[in-house]
Design a protein around this ligand. Sequence first.
Ligand code: ADQ
Length: 469
Amino acid sequence: MSRLIVVSNRVSAPKDPAAGSVGGLAMALSSALRKYDGLWFGWSGETVEKFVPEAKIEDRSGVTVALVDLEPQDVDEYYNGYANKTLWPLFHHRVDLTAYERSYGEGYERTNARFAEVLAPLIQPDDVIWIHDYHMIPLARDLRRRGVTNRIGFFLHTPWPARQLLVTLPHHRRLVESMFSYDLIGFHTREWLDLFRDYIASEPEVRGRLLPNDAVEAFGRVVQTGVFPIGIDVDGFLKARNSAFGRRTYDRMAASAAFRTMIVGVDRLDYSKGLEQRLLGYEQFLNDNPDMRGDVFLLQVTPISRDEVNTYQDIRSRLEGLAGRINGEFADMDWQPIRYLNRTYRRDQLAGIYRAAKVGLVTPLRDGMNLVAKEYVAAQDAEDPGVLVLSRFAGAAEQMGEALLVNPFSREELSDAIKRALTMPLAERKRKWECLMEVVRDTDVSIWRDDFVASLRATNRPADGSGNA
Ligand code: ADQ
């Protein structure tokens, strides 16, 4: 079997795979790389004064990684700029937060060309290349320019935006055209794929054709697309949950809840996760249900992320203010309605925390998939499972229809859903959980990975490699 090359902005192959903090995606990709004797390529996270077009090769527990250092200007314009201030907000429908700076677009193009310059010589004729996420959309085009004719696939971990919003990007056509250098493009959900297809078919500057079996034709080329819903490493997560540390964390949480019912939220601090709306919905619930105050509390675990971007500093201080205000207004001498913390936990601890919560609040305003929803379900006890309240705007909602689906923009709807979750009879909770757990198992991260790689290997490549060059 030919080698697999995984490419992502940050290489998360773990130095120590036994460490409790390694995520399912990192584990799944690392084990595929061990199996196919592959390579994981990406930015080292380091900067150098002058770019050197050569990768640093390391071995990380049997996985070969190839890392590139970038110049500070690349990091400002490509990573903090175009990736995190332009594409991330735009793909999450926040045009109000999108930075339309020309220098960011130029830095993005330059840095992707640099990645191609370093990666191209590492590629062998039979390698299959899998590029991840919005940081590296044009990379296949840049590799083709360097004569790479291998199969190249792309997977987008975020939503794809509606055409009406995508066209606010000055070079939207160029960005989308670059995607036609791939052999396969994958999305988490049918909804994101349909939005992509809508752009191809309806955008006057493109006027592409939708072909059978989700192939699309535009810019004189044909590309295969598909839906590949990501999931968690179910067995690994259950092992973490049942480990001594996972059980100890559960006991510790249960003791600290002191017979009160815990509601949990676990999200990176990001405006796409709907954290302010969630706290307002919870406040509404406290207002609507004075008799339930004192019996519940919300544990909101929110590690800081992308703190070098101003928008993230703003939302951080707004959230702190909001949590403080709600606590100030409702707390009693022996009860605090919100425990708000900015730290990360190991997976076994996280599993113990989820398990102790009778309600999981996963209410993003827009999210590619959302793995917390699946982790919360996997952590529950079959005999007395908690209830998942899930935003209808998370990709996960396309599969997890048995959750209590809510519109996170409406605080009344959030309040009603929290109440319904807290009062749901055991039989209904069990029935819902069984359906949801089946979805979690059916979308295990290893299934997602194998499905994508097999589909990529099955795509038709022109014999001389010229068709998509
Ligand atoms: P994210 O936006 O990061 O991922 P999500 O899918 O929820 O969102 O994954 C977050 C991960 O971080 C989960 O595994 C969670 O356990 C972990 N995490 C969150 N808070 C933590 C904490 N306090 N301590 C430790 N771990 C914590 C992007 C897209 C998503 C898509 C994924 C995968 O935005 O839509 O589901 O990629 O494709």
